[in-house]
Design a protein around this ligand. Structure first.
Ligand code: PBG
Ligand code: ZN
Length: 320
């Protein structure tokens, strides 16, 4: 009989043979910055998560800096929305202002800037709309302008999440032509059309006002296609690739780990909210579940995890 239990005998032996770790530096914490003043708006569907105006950001920035997570993923919420998402590439747009502010206060924090039009368009779609169609090629110049504008403001990493074809190539060229050859692209490569994003759409005020995102985001049934998407983003010049959501797509993360590129997993809003809701009801032990989920995502093969649990997780990691 093979006695596997020999290596489970004590805490010390279990520590000695542990295969997978989560450390603060693996984590990126998303934040929502709203245009206006004196805003600290709780998101009902995401307990513990708020929209902040820039004048109220210090509190959360301080916590992020002290937590030793690697950085933050920034989402701007503009007051003005229109058909062409003009606030997305306005030098004085909310996201650009927030990036400049964060850089001036916490220069070492990595700022990942989400690039997508949905928070900035009046219709809430991720691209330019004509009738009931989301146009691919017409969207690329806007995403490129937005990326250059965010890099100019001081973003360290550009993260396109729109799922238009060819956007990594377009953004890479635009960044290079504008002197940002050293700004990396973290591509949301395998982003699925998921029900797990709905709490985020409350937080970012970005729900589409007609139809859905199924003509650009991926069908949850397609694992092989996810690999083609990732392959293509790498060929177009992505420096890091992402699978999103994380927990229902661990098989995709595992497959994607065969590419020797930094692999990011986005533990999305719905995944967060389900854990929070069950914990608030006393049905699960939040700390255990969060750490187990994060370990599972890393065990599947992710190198980096974007998660709303990041600040709590860091505290709990210190306790173990
Ligand atoms: C914008 C974007 C979304 C998320 C990240 N960037 C929403 C969407 O595609 O509708 C989802 C993040 C989350 O659910 O936490 N395109
Ligand atoms: Zn979008």
């Amino acid at each position: 009989m093979r006695r596997f239990r020999r290596l489970r005998k004590t805490e010390q032996i279990r520590n000695l043979v542990r295969e997978t770790y989560v450390t603060p530096k693996d984590l990126i914490y998303p934040i929502f910055v709203a245009e206006g003043e004196n805003i600290k708006n709780p998101i009902d569907s995401m307990p513990g998560i708020y929209q902040y105006s820039i004048d109220n950001l210090d509190e959360i920035l301080q916590q992020i800096a002290e937590s030793k997570v690697s950085g933050l993923l920034i989402f701007g919420i503009p007051k003005h929305k229109d058909e062409l998402a003009t606030s997305a590439y306005d030098e004085n747009g909310i996201t650009q202002q927030a990036i400049r502010y964060i850089k001036s206060k916490f220069p070492k924090l990595i700022i990942v800037a989400d690039v997508c039009l949905c928070e900035y368009t009046s219709h809430g779609h991720c691209g330019v709309v004509s009738g009931d169609k989301i146009l691919n090629d017409e969207t690329l110049p806007l995403l490129s302008k937005m990326s250059v504008s965010l890099a100019k403001a001081g973003a360290d990493i550009i993260a396109p999440s729109d799922m238009m074809d060819g956007r990594v190539d377009a953004i890479r060229n635009a960044l290079d032509e504008n002197g940002f050859t050293d700004v990396p692209i973290m591509a949301y490569s395998a982003k699925f059309a998921s029900g797990y994003y709905s709490p985020f759409r409350d937080a970012a005020e970005s729900a589409p006002c007609f139809g859905d995102r199924k003509t650009y985001q991926m069908d949850p049934a397609n694992g092989k296609e996810a690999i083609r998407e990732i392959e293509d983003d790498i060929l177009e010049g992505a420096d890091m690739v992402m699978v999103k959501p994380a927990l229902a797509y661990l098989d995709v993360i595992k497959e994607a780990s065969r590419f020797d590129f930094p692999l990011v997993a986005y533990n999305v809003s719905g995944e967060y909210s389900m854990v929070k809701a069950a914990a608030q009801n006393g049905w699960i032990d939040e700390k255990r579940i969060v750490l187990e989920n994060l370990i599972a995502i890393k065990r599947a093969g992710a190198d980096i995890i974007i998660t709303y649990h990041a600040l709590d997780a860091v505290k709990w990691l210190e306790e173990i």
